[in-house]
Design a protein around this ligand. Structure first.
Ligand SMILES: [Zn+2]
Length: 401
């Protein structure tokens, strides 16, 4: 199985130099496509079979592409699936979110492809994790028509910016609290009758048809997390067997400063750790990988913890193993469904979400400050080695045969 020391920080760094930049379906579709081409080429250069899945989103006239590389006997055996997304929001370099995930995936693929008889693995670079381009474009169009925003979607006035942020936060809170998304917005509009400026109100009302009937359980694949939804759906329809998934999304923020690990969405993470390796709980140092598993994903989570502890890797790692499944999480902790792993959990497939706790330690997510200077490539290297080591070890896979 090896120690995977051929996965090095320099290669990861060079991938992210190439991959970073705004790759948004509406403001920079050419960059999004160029990135897909680049990923496909890197996969082919490593000796993977490369396939492309094209899909569409209702109300938006453009093809989107998931790039899938594969190794080993994926047609006859249950396969591991590694996922990272290559699209970004419109306002970021996306170095950490999620060029780090794609870079790690490409290096893991390269090293696993070099093994004498590779196990069955899919490497899927998905598009449209961040948002639905039809909804985004409609909101921008209405906001422009109403004179609320400039060409870069900056609100033209501070009072509108403040009111919009407040309304969006309130709608998100009501949504997470159990209301359907449309109802959450209706509530915000009703309660803000006097405080939401008229033009903003017109904008939010115009967006309501997009939110009708959307719940925290149906949001993955519609509001966001769209490419992975498409991939899982078609893989299952084709009768492919999936042993487990690992999703890498924002894995590069790391700090060695005392107090650098904060709460995530108001939740203190430390009491949730089912297991951890080299995590400094006292001084709250944000230098560990966070691994999230649902009820069905405990076995693969434990297997990854064992790899994190192994002498050749020795990666600070914390493991959160919730006893809830997808439907229960959608009701109780929808924040736990915030990346592509959600679409695997939804189908009862074991899946781990690997991340750096996002806003739990990094306040610049989705901003232009998410550039390569803020990524710790030695940390990313440790994560890539742990994941490669797990995938290469058939005995540690959860048994779904
Ligand atoms: Zn992301």
């Amino acid at each position: 199985m090896g120690d995977f020391d051929q996965i090095d920080s320099e290669r990861l760094y060079r991938h992210v130099i190439e991959l970073q930049g705004v790759k948004h379906p509406v403001v920079s579709p050419d960059a999004l496509n160029a990135c897909a081409d680049r990923i496909a080429k890197a996969m082919a250069n490593s000796g993977l079979r490369v396939r492309e899945q094209r899909f569409r989103v209702d109300g938006f006239d453009l093809d989107f592409r998931n790039i899938e590389g594969s190794l080993g006997p994926v047609d006859t055996e249950a396969s591991a699936v590694l996922v990272a997304h290559y699209d970004t929001v419109a306002t970021t370099m996306g170095a950490n979110d999620d060029a780090t995930g794609i870079a790690a995936m490409l290096e893991i693929a390269r090293t696993l492809a070099a093994l004498p008889s590779p196990l069955p693995v899919y490497f899927v670079a998905v598009s449209l994790e961040e948002e639905n381009p039809a909804i985004w474009a409609a909101e921008r169009k209405h906001a422009r028509t109403l004179g609320l925003v400039d060409d870069d979607t900056n609100y033209m006035s501070w009072s509108d910016a403040k009111a919009a942020a407040k309304a969006k936060a309130a709608a998100q809170a009501a949504f997470r609290g159990g209301l359907a998304y449309g109802e959450a917005w209706q509530k915000v509009l009703a309660e803000g009758a006097e405080t939401i400026p008229p033009a903003l109100r017109t904008l939010f009302e115009a967006m309501l048809p997009f939110y009708e009937g959307v719940t925290t359980a149906t949001a993955p694949g519609y509001l966001s997390r769209i490419g992975s939804h498409q991939w899982v759906r078609s893989a299952l329809a084709e009768g492919r067997r999936i042993a487990f998934n690992i999703t890498l999304d924002e894995i590069g923020t790391c700090s060695h400063e005392e107090g650098s690990q904060g709460k995530l969405g108001g939740i203190d993470l430390y009491p949730l750790f089912a297991d951890s390796h080299r995590v400094d709980r006292e001084r709250r140092i944000a230098d560990f990988l966070l691994v999230l598993a649902d009820a069905n994903s405990g076995a693969v989570g434990k297997a990854l913890m064992a790899k994190a502890r192994s002498p050749g890797i020795d990666l600070p790692t914390a493991f959160v193993h919730t006893p809830m499944n997808f439907q229960e999480l959608a009701k109780a902790v929808p924040m736990a469904l915030n990346s592509d792993h959600a679409n695997f959990w939804k189908e009862g497939i074991p899946s781990l979400f690997l991340f750096d706790s996002s806003t739990g330690r990094n306040h610049f997510c989705h901003s232009m400050a998410d550039d390569i200077r803020a990524v710790d490539f030695d940390h990313v290297r440790g994560i890539a080695r742990a994941v490669a080591s797990l995938i290469a070890d058939r005995a540690s896979w959860p048994d779904r045969l």
